[in-house]
Ligand binder design. Sequence first.
Ligand code: GLN
Length: 316
Amino acid sequence: MDAIATPDIAGIVADIAAEMRLSSERGQVASYIPPLAAVSPDKFGIAVILADGSAHVAGDADEAFSIQSISKVFALTLALGAVGDQLWQRVGREPSGSAFNSIVQLESEQGIPRNPFINAGAIVVCDMLLGRSAPAEAIAQMVRFVRQISSDDQASIGIDETVALAEQDTGFRNMALANYMRAFGNIRAPVERVLGVYFHFCALAMTCRELALAGRYLMNGGRVDGHSMITPSRARRINALMMSCGHYDNSGDFAFRVGLPGKSGVGGGILCVAPGVASIAVWSPGLNASGNSQLGTLALERLVQRTGWSVFEPRG
Ligand code: GLN
């Protein structure tokens, strides 16, 4: 482990934060809801948790932000626990090559979303999580799970209700996706309930440090602090989906530049996993054309250049 983690991570993380602070190409902050539009584009945070548990952070790593679609990873993890591999009868495992909120493929593919990380796929995942429980229970279960995997004993992680409400007020596309899939029988609970869960998941607020802690189970074959959260094969498969689908129609380019499983959100966060080596979270609110953090991606590219952590590079 030490051989892999030999680079001076603290120094590298500090260098990256310093470089990002000076960058003028920061992308566009999401503007579809006021609470996201109000976030300063100057923010930048990075947190790296190594396999030995040590944490290296810089910049605004302890400021909470809206994790948005990164929550789709945690929702998938919970749904696989609830329904197992049956999940794959209702959601695919292929990159979509389309925008995160696209509806185009749903007609020709009979309401089966391409993967669990686009909005349509995550909405089906929420429907599965609802199962027999009420929306409030599904939301509480998610908050409990995220606190647990982040070792958040203070219960600081929660839902930003202002964001959840704003998602609800503006979520016409998500409503269209859900209703369309309901017409194909791939949404079973009432659409408003499913979307209530989906919007609350999008509104989870976390810091980079908390998010990197939350990603440890994916770095460690499903284990956190000696406890098994999911099986190693499930962790491996979730990582595979993050690599192929975690950045929407930008997933190929992310693999090319960074070469690690990663999941982005329109709040400007990215959770990235170097299996066996590190769990990493970056945050910079300015987005590129595909809705992924512009500087966050660059920061991860720099990190991988300096550490050799890409899964496509030889180890050891
Ligand atoms: N709340 C956003 C939506 O549903 C989440 C999308 C994202 O983070 N890519 O459209």
